[in-house]
Design a protein around this ligand. Structure first.
Ligand code: NAD
Length: 273
């Protein structure tokens, strides 16, 4: 990765926007989480990279170190309370503080009509997307209460505005749950100057649909799932992870110091169609 791949935003004093801050990012090995990790690191944050998959997350760790930043990979399943507690405690110990949490790990899960969706498949999606968000916050918040901070949660347009992905009932429920959870958390944590916001991407070009039960079943299901070409008026196609990372940087920084408890759509106007 060359230096010009990732932009920095200087502060008025000429420093970097996130100098001295530490961020925990789940799902940091790929797609939106990876792009956010690189951008936040480029802007001065030290990063705890949490993900299931080692190899590609270690590559993100290496890229950040090569650019002169600090990062550490923690091998976790976000739905495992014990491992999450350990990993977040280790990151807080290594970096001395946690200021920013990007609860972003997620799966599409099994794509299925409701009557055919197994309870196990429902649980897998809800455990990863919703319980994973809860656990990330549960174990990070104690490290943020003294100095305040910013939590950003990746929901989706599928959680509130656009339900074109038929067969995604578990996914949509998990994403709507994240948004409701975030609003309650924003109220509860305001007294500690911890802001909590939700981002709702439309279709973004990542590997989320690859090699999952969701994709394997595409041929078999009885209902269509389409993101039609040109479905985003602004982009004429899916957005890029780097565009979402710019929003994460803004919400992570003091530039958004009066924004909490809100949902921001980043969908190229897709949900207006
Ligand atoms: P991605 O597959 O590229 O990245 C997701 C990352 O999460 C992967 O690195 C994966 O290993 C990790 N992950 C999955 N399950 C995990 C678990 N149990 N524990 C730890 N890590 C786990 O996908 P992405 O598109 O970058 O997805 C990031 C978030 O964005 C997800 O929450 C997704 O629902 C949301 N989102 C994506 C889109 C899109 O079109 N790509 C649209 C709306 C919302």
């Amino acid at each position: 990765m060359s230096k010009s791949d990732v932009q920095t935003t200087p502060t008025e004093a000429g420093g970097l926007l996130l100098n001295g801050r530490t961020a925990i990012i789940t799902g940091a090995g790929s797609g939106i989480g990876r792009a956010a990790a690189l951008l936040l690191a480029r802007n001065g944050a030290k990063i705890g990279l949490l993900d299931l998959i080692d190899k590609r997350t270690e590559e993100v760790e290496k890229a950040i170190r090569e650019m002169g930043g600090e990062a550490e990979f923690y091998d976790v399943n976000v739905s495992d309370p014990q491992r999450m507690e350990q990993a977040i405690r280790s990151a807080a110990g290594r970096f001395g503080r946690i200021d920013i949490v990007f609860a972003n790990a997620g799966i599409n899960g099994t794509l299925s009509p409701i009557e055919d969706l197994s309870p196990e498949a429902w649980d897998e999606t809800l455990s990863t997307n919703l319980k994973g968000t809860f656990l990330t916050m549960k174990y990070a918040v104690p490290h943020m209460k003294q100095a305040g901070g910013s939590v950003i949660i990746t929901s989706s347009i599928n959680g509130s505005r656009k339900f074109s992905g038929l067969g995604m009932s578990a996914y949509s429920a998990s994403k709507a749950g994240q948004a409701a959870f975030a609003k309650m958390a924003a109220l509860e944590l305001a007294r500690y100057k911890i802001r909590v916001n939700v981002i709702c991407p439309g279709a973004i070009e990542t590997s989320i649909g690859e090699n999952t039960e969701h994709t394997k079943q595409l041929d078999k299901i009885r209902i269509p799932v389409v993101y039609p070409e040109g479905s985003q008026p602004l982009e004429h196609g899916p957005g890029r992870p780097e565009q979402v990372a710019d929003l994460v940087l803004f919400l992570a920084s003091d530039r958004s110091s009066h924004i909490s408890g809100t949902e921001i759509y980043i969908d190229g106007a897709e949900t207006l169609l």
